[in-house]
Design a protein around this ligand. Structure first.
Ligand SMILES: Nc1ncnc2c1ncn2[C@@H]1O[C@H](COP(=O)(O)OP(=O)(O)OP(=O)(O)O)[C@@H](O)[C@H]1O
Length: 601
C-alpha cells in the first residue's frame, strides 16, 4: 500500500465525527462531563501565569519600599495555589473519565464487531482479506480510546494556546512566528515517521495474524496433544522466532531513525525558545517591560512551545488514529450477500413438493474448481436422502447450498416451486437443522452444548433433556457429576473432557432441539461405536418420520437405510437410486459397497 499523504491525513479527520458518535453512544453523560472538565482546565495555565506576574510585580514593589497592602499579596498567592489544586483535580478527573469511557468504548465496539460479524456470509469468513480487516477492526477497539483523549486534549490545548497566544501577541507578534518556525520541523518529522509506521503495520497485518495463530497452536489445550506427540514445539518456535525477529528488525530500524531525527528537531525548538528568552530579558533590562511581565512572557513562551509541539505531533497521532479508524469503519461496510429478501416469502408451514436442484453449480470464492456442477435432482418432501462419494466429492458443499449458507454460482434451488433465495432467510435458518462433521465442542455446560441447536430454548430443560434422550446422550450425561450443568472441555475450571463419540452424541442432540422440516446430518456418527450407531439410526428413522432428511456418511450400513442415495463424483451426480437399485446397477456405489463389505469379512 502507498504511503499516506498529508491530504489523506486531513481527509481521514472526516472519520472523527462518526467516531465521536460511537463514543457518545457508548455513554453520553461521561462524554459531556469529560468535555466540560477539559474546557475548564484549558483556561487554568494562562490564569496561573497571570497571577504569577501580579505576584512578582507586587513583590518588586514591596522590595522597593512602597507602602503597600501585604494582604493582597497573600490573596494572590492563595489564588495561585487554588488554581494549581483545581488544575490537578480536573486533570485527575479527566484521566479517570478517559479510562472509564475507554473501557466502555472497548466493550461497546467489541459487541458491535461481533454483531456485525454474525450477519456476514460464511463465504466472507473464508476470505483472508476479510480476516485482515476483522483483525484491524479488533485492534481499533483496544487502541481507539487513546484517540478519544488525544482529540479532547487537542481541543483543550488549542484553547489554552489561544489564551497564551493572545498574551504573547500583545507583546510581540514576531515571537509567535519564531515559535512556529522552531516547532515546524519537528511536526513534519513526526508526520513522516507516523506514515512510515502506519504503512509498516498495515503491511504486517497478515504476518501478525500468523503470529497470533502460531502462539495459539503453540500453547493451547486443543493442540497440546498433537504438538507433543509430533514434537512440533521446535518447529513452531522457529517459525514464531522467524516472524517476530522480522517484526523486530523492521520496527527497530524505523524507531532508531525516528529517534535520531526527533532529537535534532527538538534541538531546533530549544534554540528557538532561548532566542526568544534572550530577547525578552533584553527588553526587561531596557526597562520596556516589568519583571512580572518577563516571567509571564517567558512562561507563556515556554508553555506555548510545549503546547505547540504537542499539538502538532498530536495532530499526526490523531490523524493516524483517524486513518486506522477507516479500517474499523471499513469492516462495517462489508455487507452480507446472502441477506433477507425484501417482501420475502414465508417458509412453507409444511413442505409440499420438496427441494428441486436445477443445474446447480457452485465454486468457492478464489477457486477455479467447481465444487458442485450440473446437479439436477429433487429432494422430495418427507424423503430420507443419503449422499455418498469419495472425499472432496462435494457432499458437504451440496448441503451447505441446501441450508443457504451459500447461494449457487449457477442454476437454482427451488423449494415448492420458488427459488430458495426468495424465502425469508430467518425462516430458512429456523426450518433447516444441520449438524456438521466439524461441529463445535463448546467449552460450556452440557445443557448449553445441546441448546445451541435452538438457543431460544436454552432455559427449556425439558426440551434439552428430551433432545438428549433422542440422541442417546442422556445415558452419558447421567454419569457426569454435574449432569446437565456439567461444564465440558478442559479450558475452564471443573470442565470434564469427553471422548470423541460422547461429544458426537451431545452434538447430535442439537438436531432434536428444534422442530425442523429438513434435517441434515453430515457424518454424524463417524465417531460412534457400532452399537451406538445402529441405535442412533434406528431412532433417527422414527424421530424424523414425515420429515425430510439428508444424511452424509461413509458407512454403507447407515446409508442403506435411506430411501434414496445420490452418488457424487467430482461435484457431479454420478448415480442415484435405492440401495437395492444401485447394487443391481453394479456401478460405483456397488463397487464402494463391496469394498467396504469385503473389509468386514
Ligand atoms: N471453504 C472452502 N473453500 C474452498 N474450497 C473448498 C471449501 N470447502 C471445500 N472446498 C473444496 O470443494 C470440494 C468439495 O468439498 P466438500 O467438502 O463438499 O467435499 P465432501 O464430499 O464433503 O468431502 P468429505 O467426504 O471429505 O467430507 C473439495 O475439492 C474442496 O477442496
Amino acid at each position: 500500500m502507498a504511503d499516506v499523504t498529508i491530504k489523506d491525513r486531513f481527509s481521514a479527520l472526516g472519520n472523527l465525527p462518526a467516531f465521536f458518535k460511537l463514543v457518545w453512544q457508548t455513554n453520553p453523560s461521561l462524554t459531556v462531563l469529560n468535555a466540560v472538565l477539559r474546557i475548564f482546565r484549558s483556561a487554568i495555565p494562562v490564569a496561573v501565569l497571570y497571577v504569577g506576574k501580579l505576584i512578582v510585580d507586587y513583590v518588586v514593589q514591596i522590595s522597593h519600599g512602597a507602602g503597600v497592602d501585604h494582604k493582597y499579596l497573600w490573596e494572590l498567592v492563595a489564588a495561585e495555589a487554588g488554581l494549581a489544586i483545581l488544575s490537578d483535580a480536573l486533570g485527575r478527573a479527566t484521566t479517570l473519565i478517559d479510562s472509564l469511557l475507554g473501557d466502555l468504548f472497548s466493550n461497546y465496539t467489541s459487541v458491535k464487531i461481533m454483531e456485525h460479524a454474525a450477519m456476514l456470509d460464511l463465504e466472507q469468513f473464508e476470505d483472508t482479506t476479510f480476516y485482515d480487516k476483522l483483525e484491524r477492526a479488533r485492534q481499533q477497539t483496544i487502541g481507539r480510546t487513546i484517540l478519544l483523549s488525544q482529540v479532547l486534549s487537542q481541543v483543550q490545548d488549542l484553547i489554552t494556546m489561544g489564551f497564551l497566544t493572545a498574551g504573547l501577541a500583545v507583546f510581540n507578534p514576531w515571537l509567535l512566528l519564531l515559535l512556529f518556525v522552531a516547532v515546524l520541523p519537528s511536526f513534519i518529522g513526526e508526520s513522516y515517521f507516523n506514515d512510515k509506521n502506519y504503512s509498516l503495520s498495515r503491511r504486517q497485518t497478515p504476518q501478525r495474524r500468523e503470529l497470533d495463530y502460531i502462539r495459539y497452536i503453540g500453547a493451547s489445550d486443543e493442540t497440546a496433544k498433537e504438538v507433543k506427540i509430533f514434537s512440533l514445539s521446535g518447529f513452531l518456535i522457529d517459525r514464531f522466532r522467524q516472524l517476530s525477529d522480522k517484526f523486530y528488525t523492521d520496527n527497530k530500524q524505523l524507531a532508531i531513525r525516528r529517534s535520531l531525527w526527533g532529537t535534532l528537531f527538538s534541538l531546533l525548538g530549544t534554540m528557538g525558545y532561548y532566542g526568544a528568552y534572550a530577547y525578552i530579558i533584553s527588553k526587561t533590562i531596557q526597562g520596556v517591560i516589568s519583571i512580572g511581565s518577563l516571567t509571564f512572557l517567558a512562561g507563556s513562551f515556554r508553555q506555548l512551545r510545549g503546547l505547540l509541539d504537542g499539538v502538532l505531533s498530536r495532530f499526526t497521532a490523531v490523524s493516524q488514529g483517524a486513518i486506522y479508524l477507516k479500517d474499523f469503519f471499513d469492516f462495517f461496510e462489508i455487507k452480507p450477500q446472502i441477506k433477507p429478501a425484501p417482501n420475502a416469502r414465508p417458509f412453507p408451514k409444511k413442505i409440499e413438493e420438496g427441494f428441486r436442484f436445477e443445474n446447480v453449480g457452485f465454486k468457492y470464492a478464489h477457486s477455479d474448481k467447481w465444487a458442485n456442477r450440473h446437479l439436477n435432482f429433487t429432494l422430495k418432501a418427507g424423503e430420507k436422502l443419503a449422499l455418498v462419494g469419495e472425499n472432496g466429492a462435494g457432499k458437504t458443499t451440496l448441503v451447505k447450498l441446501l441450508a443457504r449458507l451459500y447461494d449457487p454460482t449457477e442454476g437454482r434451488i427451488l423449494l415448492d416451486g420458488y427459488d430458495l433465495r426468495e424465502y425469508d432467510l430467518r425462516d430458512v435458518r429456523k426450518a433447516v437443522g444441520i449438524i456438521f462433521q466439524d461441529y463445535i465442542r463448546y467449552q460450556m455446560t452440557v445443557a448449553q452444548n445441546i441448546a445451541v441447536g435452538n438457543i431460544d430454548e436454552k432455559e427449556n430443560r425439558e426440551r434439552i433433556e428430551d433432545a438428549s434422550k433422542k440422541s442417546l446422550a442422556d445415558l452419558l450425561v447421567q454419569r457426569l457429576e454435574g449432569k446437565y450443568d456439567q461444564a465440558l472441555g478442559k479450558r475452564f475450571n471443573q470442565g470434564v473432557e469427553l471422548s470423541g463419540g460422547e461429544w458426537q452424541k451431545i452434538a447430535l442432540a442439537r438436531a432434536y432441539m428444534k422442530d425442523t422440516q429438513l434435517l441434515i446430518l453430515d457424518e454424524p456418527t463417524s465417531a460412534l461405536d457400532a452399537r451406538a450407531e445402529y441405535e442412533v439410526f434406528q431412532r433417527f428413522a422414527d424421530l424424523t418420520k414425515g420429515k425430510t432428511a439428508v444424511l452424509i456418511s461413509h458407512r454403507f450400513s447407515t446409508v442403506r437405510m435411506a430411501d434414496r442415495i445420490l452418488v457424487l463424483d467430482k461435484g457431479e451426480l454420478l448415480e442415484e437410486g435405492s440401495h437395492r437399485e444401485l447394487i443391481n446397477k453394479a456401478g460405483r456405489y456397488a463397487e464402494l459397497f463391496q469394498l467396504q463389505a469385503r473389509g468386514y469379512q
